[in-house]
Structures are given as C-alpha cells and as structure tokens.
Design a protein around this ligand. Sequence first.
Ligand SMILES: Nc1ncnc2c1ncn2[C@@H]1O[C@H](COP(=O)(O)OP(=O)(O)OP(=O)(O)O)[C@@H](O)[C@H]1O
Ligand SMILES: [Mg+2]
Length: 492
Amino acid sequence: MPELRAERVSKAFGGMQALRGVSLSVERGERRAIIGPNGAGKTTLFRIISGELRPNQGAVYLNGRRVDGLPPERVSLLGVARTFQVSSLFPEKSCLEHVMLALLALRRGQRWWPFTAMARVPGLEDAAYDALEQVGLTQQARQPAGALAHGDRRQLELAMALAQQPRLLLLDEPLAGLSEVERERIGQILMQLPRTLTVLLIEHDLGFAYAFADRMTVLHYGEVLLEGDPEQVRRDPRLLEVYAGRVLEETEAPPAPEREAGPAALQVSGLVSGYGDAQVLHGVDLEVRQGEVVALLGRNGMGKTTLLHTIMGLVRPSSGRVLLGGRDVTGLSPLQLAQAGLTLVPQGRRAIPGLTAQEELSLARQPGPWSVERVYELFPRLYERRNAPSVALSGGEQQMLAIARALVRNPVVLLMDEPSEGLSPAVLQRIEETIQALRREGMTILLAEQKLDMALNVADRVYVLEQGKVVYEGRPDALRSQRQLLQQMMAI
Ligand SMILES: Nc1ncnc2c1ncn2[C@@H]1O[C@H](COP(=O)(O)OP(=O)(O)OP(=O)(O)O)[C@@H](O)[C@H]1O
Ligand SMILES: [Mg+2]
C-alpha cells in the first residue's frame, strides 16, 4: 500500500484553479521531488496533504486512510510533518524552545502551546536536544532564533519537523536562499535521512532534486505534466520547455566588457551598525560607480542584508557615512532615501496586505523606462496573476513582484537582496539577463547574492563580506580563475 496517495485533487481560490485533478502515489520510504514553475501549485499540494487546505475535489489517503478534510493537528498526529517555504519562527525564542514547542504541539494534538509550561514536561528537553543534534545545531541550542543565520534557521525548521518523528516529511524549498556551503551542509543532512522515512521535496535547485529523488513529479499550471525517475525527467524536452530554460546547459556568460568608470553613485565609508548590542558591520568601505553593477558576496550572516538595510535607512549606523551622488545621506529615513532615488528589493518578498499585484505596481510607479507593462513582459506569470491579492501569490510570484516593484520605481541606485531566491531556473535566467540589460541601460546596482555564477556573470566588480568587513575586492574574472580562494572565503 502506498504511503501517500492523492486522487484527482483539485483546488480553486476564487476563479484561480491552482490544482486540476492531480493524482500521485508515493511508496513508503520513497523520496519524491515535486518540481515545476512558480505558481504551478506545489505548495498548494503540500497544504492540502497537511490538512491546512481542503481540496474542492478529490481525495488524499495516508497509508490507506482518507485524510483530506481532517484538521492539520489530526494529520500531524498521523505522522505528517512539514517545513515551510518562508521561515516562520519566533525571533526571541531559543532553538531549543522551538523544538520543544513542536514536540509539545504533537503530544497534545495542538498546534500551539504556551512556552512557559514546557520546562515542566519530563523528557521534553532531551528529545529536543536529540533533534537539534540530528541537524547539527546543538551549539546554537540556547540562541534566540532571531540571531540565527538564514541557513541555521532552515536547519532549525528541519529539526522541528524531525522531532515529531514523522512517517511522511514535506520539505518546501529547504535549500532556498542558502549559500553554497550551507547548501552542501543541509543537502547532506537531507541525503542522510533514514530510508524508512517517506519524503516529498519541493526544490528549484534541480541538481539537488535529481540527486535526492527516487522519482520526480513535474507540475505545470496545476496539472501533472510528467512523472518518472530523475534520468527520464531530466531528458524530457517538456521539462526544458516549461521549467528549466537554458540554465541546464550551464553556459558561462562572457565576462562583462570593462568600461570607463563613471562618477561615484554610492559611497559607503567606515560603516558600523547592528542590532542592539550585537554589532554586525565593523567598518565597511565600498563604492558603486554610476552605471556599475557591483555584487556583494559572502556567507549568510556576514552582514550583507544589514549593509543594504543600513544604506536604505532601515538600520541606523552608529558611525560611518553613506553618500548618494556625493551627497551625505547618513541617517535619513527610508522615505527620504527613496525620494532621493534609492530602492531596495528586500529579501523574503514582503507583499502589502490588501493590495493586488497590479495595485502595488501602480502605486510604486515613477517616471522612467520601466513601466508596469514592461515588467509584465519580463514576468508573464505576474501578468497572469496581476489581479490576485499580492499576499496570496506563490513564493516565486512574490519574488517577481518584489523585483518588479523596485524596477517600476526607476531608481537611481537599485539595491537587491538575493533576488534569485525561490525562482524557477527559467525565471532565474531571465533575472540574470535583465540585470545585464539594466547594466547596458546604465542603471547602478548593488546586488547581494548567494548564487555565485549569477553574481559573477552580471557584475563589473565584486566585494566579499566576511564578519562584517570587506575582505576582498576585485573583478569577477579574477575571482572566477581563483574559485578556490573564493570558496575558501565563503566557507570560513
Ligand atoms: N490563498 C490563495 N488565494 C488566491 N490564490 C492563491 C492562494 N494560494 C495560492 N494561490 C495561487 O495558486 C497558485 C499556486 O500557488 P502555489 O503556492 O501552490 O505555487 P508553487 O508551485 O508553490 O510556486 P513557487 O514555486 O513560486 O513557490 C499561484 O498562482 C498562487 O497565486
Ligand atoms: Mg511554493
């Protein structure tokens, strides 16, 4: 008997048909990858299996027992655990408390339990430690989740799911937004999961999906487009057509031609900042010249986001200066900085509740070459979903919206924080091409990115940030030929 069987499952949100008659059968102990373009219905399928959503039609069986329509607490008692596409942790609570909470919720058959009672439950702490050990997080056990690097946060979520000792584990993009080193580490943890566990994996990192999965299911517009073992799926032309794009060929773009440097557009000197007592930036110096694309590399937690947030006025520097076009803008509010022509594509999307995608774009629009029509040409999927509430968009669709919103502002300097996160391979390729086009059009860009190849393909210059300081500055071709050095810098 299969561990999981979905039978002609359909789900509509208003007029939007997210799943259309999806059938799927997963054997016990199987590792199944679910892949497909942004908005194909992958997360929706997970939400139906875990009981968060009820299908409009069809049925879901777990080990032969019909479970669709059961509340999520019941489904998790039956052995289903899932991780989420976007982290949802309590910033002040420790890793240990998070795992204890997950355990308690399961024991009590509830999703939610006050933290205070936990210390009194016998055996809870030991069980939680075991789960943290499984993912290599014991050293961070007492740290608040808010202080964790992105990769560690994903590990914590995995620990919370594993602590429940599930039969069926649903992983929604566990590698999204991770650095190469973190990918490797979490990838290995996933590969070493016990073979008795049945795992469904959603992942846009096809290299990992091929290596991990026994079988793959490709969703496209809410339907199963094809299914097979990784070799079959990889060779199927339909996959290239709807999903993978040119990326699979792993072409290396020719290096950007060297150009005469323009005047400085953005200058950062001696920048020191952080949160409360925790200092993150220890005197950062960098410069972006007009029309230049500068990539900011570095492991998660080394200060890339903090640097972008400090430049954007979201975090106040305790010393140092930020100059925009030669004018001192240190300490201005985010609004004032936006008016001065600075725009940020934030990490983790951030849609505005209550507005449709189209409304968000119209509100953001400023005069310049990027119109709402032009961003729709760039992201046809966003055009299709333009009338949906932006908070209801899929992970990748929200990422497209975040980039589109920044582009229609037609900024003087564009700051981008991990624009590649959560995007399907084909869309990723378009982003890369778009940044190259923006560069030709003379836009000034500072780009924080984990995807090395993408960063090296688009950048005029590269900075590497390590422990809140710039430790390397150079041209991408120099870094390309010193890949080992770069990997070392990213791995310390
Ligand atoms: N609550 C909702 N209301 C309206 N539309 C929704 C809702 N939830 C999902 N959708 C829509 O259903 C479609 C499928 O979404 P889903 O999150 O399943 O996609 P996905 O395959 O996980 O994509 P991604 O790779 O971008 O994460 C999307 O177009 C999304 O906008
Ligand atoms: Mg999704």
